[in-house]
Design a binder for this molecule. Sequence first.
Ligand code: NDP
Length: 599
Amino acid sequence: MPQTKAIDKEALKRKYMEERNKRLRPDGNAQYVRIEGQLSHYLDDPYVPVTEREPKTDHVTVAFIGGGFAGLVTGARLVEQGVTDVRIIDKGGDFGGTWYWNRYPGAMCDTASFVYMPLLEETGHMPTEKYAHAPEILGHCQRIGNQYSLYDNALFHTQVTALNWDEAAKVWQIKTNRGDDFTAQFVGMGTGPLHVPKLPGLSGIEEFKGHSFHTSRWDYDYTGGDANGAPLDGLGDKRVALIGTGATAVQCIPHLAAACKTFYVCQRTPSSVDVRDNQPTDPDWFRGIATPGWQQRWLENFTQNQTGGIAAEDLVKDGWTDLSRRIRAKINSLPEADRGNPLKMLSAYEDSDFEKMEEIRARIDSVVEDKQTADQLKAWYRQLCKRPCFHDEYLDAFNEPSTVLLDTDGKGVERITERGVVVGGIEYEVDCIIYGTGFEVGTELVARTGFETTGRRGVTLTDYFAEGMRSKHGIHVRNFPNAFFVQPTQGANLISNVPHNIIESGMTIAMMVRHALDHDYQTVEVSQQAQDEWVDLLMTGPGMMLGSPDCTPGYYNNEGQPASDGAKYHVGYPTGATAYFKYIKAWRENGDFEGIEFD
Ligand code: NDP
């Protein structure tokens, strides 16, 4: 969309600050409540019934906690290396992780499927759309599980309760809530960052007499319809309130708007919602690109474009690469003498952000018919202050006569009553409340994973990380031999496409396990020196890129509260994701696994 008027940057900065200050609250993360006790029914699995089974008391070569992309990809890479005795454990009733739980209507991937869905080349799957919908991604998880025979040994509906290193036997002991007590030579952990649903700490939640559920436990028995997009025909005579307008809500709102008798969208902070432009995949085009090695090329191309490198072309062309391309173009438009000047570069970056956000706000005016609603849907912050969203039907939903935006001007829903929700002192009676209020972030690790990890000499991971995370590559942690952590931090830290981090980690871990088994090593552990050097190297980088404290509060910036001292370790390789992926490939292929002690 072309810019028609000059941007008053100072006025925008003032507006951003005003909107941020409105939302700051002293309780930060504590505004949310854990789902436990009387609320624990919000965690029940509505998708797959729990089946009885005998507890496991055996030994496996590798146990992996988490059956999402991390467990599946690492499992697949292990199988490719001939390590087939792999047991994946998950609290869900199947593989899929986040895609197992998030089956809300309209759920889809926000990063292009061709780089987001792992092992496409290995499985021969062609994503049917540029941005695949959730059922296809869940199906792909099942495809990987089947192709690599990972189902045979998997334990579902199983929550690990303790993970203890047995120094004498040089194995990990794994206990679960299903009575399992077995051992593994190696353990992997891919427990994911956003998987414990949370509720707002509002009085009255337990008193509400109608129906209610969290978006990650969608109750299709109540709403009708299904995850494949069948209309929610159970809601035609229902008044429904949805609390939250984050990335999840943005995707399910069009479906609810089309179905409910009355639909209240309770908004505290608007999301920025840019154009999606999803398209079905043309099989002829796909055949043309899917030549040997295609997905790795696409992954590398996406990462390079997204993280500021210069690639000859942008293969993926999605919202993320567009975001980076714009920033780069703005910086390149600076006079040559200014391009190395950090202040000028920052100001160019800021300009590109103001322009983008003005464009996003202008789009609202062009789609939403009611002027007040349009104004209330406008996000007043920099685009990366909160999770950027992309959607083509979201804004139209507010033109449905049944949809009512209950904007709370940053204050949030005040309380829940027996009959409904209270916003701005007014009670809105509803039959159903849907909580789109997100997932625990920044709470205690043990609270999120459900178990403590106890390494050599009884050292717990909680204590070891008390002053901040320490690792090599984000994978190995001193005192926790034969344990591998599969997550982005202290590695590439590529947040716009987490699967790329996982793919590289899975490959690295599989090669190390193969190496240990081939040489009859009992333990694999990072040396103290190698870990210290890695952390020192990380500290030479630019620091945290997301979650600036002057942003509007949210989970990106610890709800606007000062970050803990340890947060400075939540960074990636100093020279960026592309450089990290090159480095780690060379590191593992060299075969020395420098910095790792095999014994
Ligand atoms: P979020 O944490 O992003 O959103 C929670 C929402 O609840 C926010 O809008 C928040 O408002 C609102 N809220 C909380 N308390 C209240 C209250 N008292 N009254 C009114 N509103 C309230 O959770 P989501 O589930 O939307 O998304 C979580 C993450 O999952 C995303 O950020 C993204 O990383 C991921 N995701 C990815 C998708 C993909 O395509 N790959 C799709 C969907 C989600 P406020 O903003 O003011 O805090």
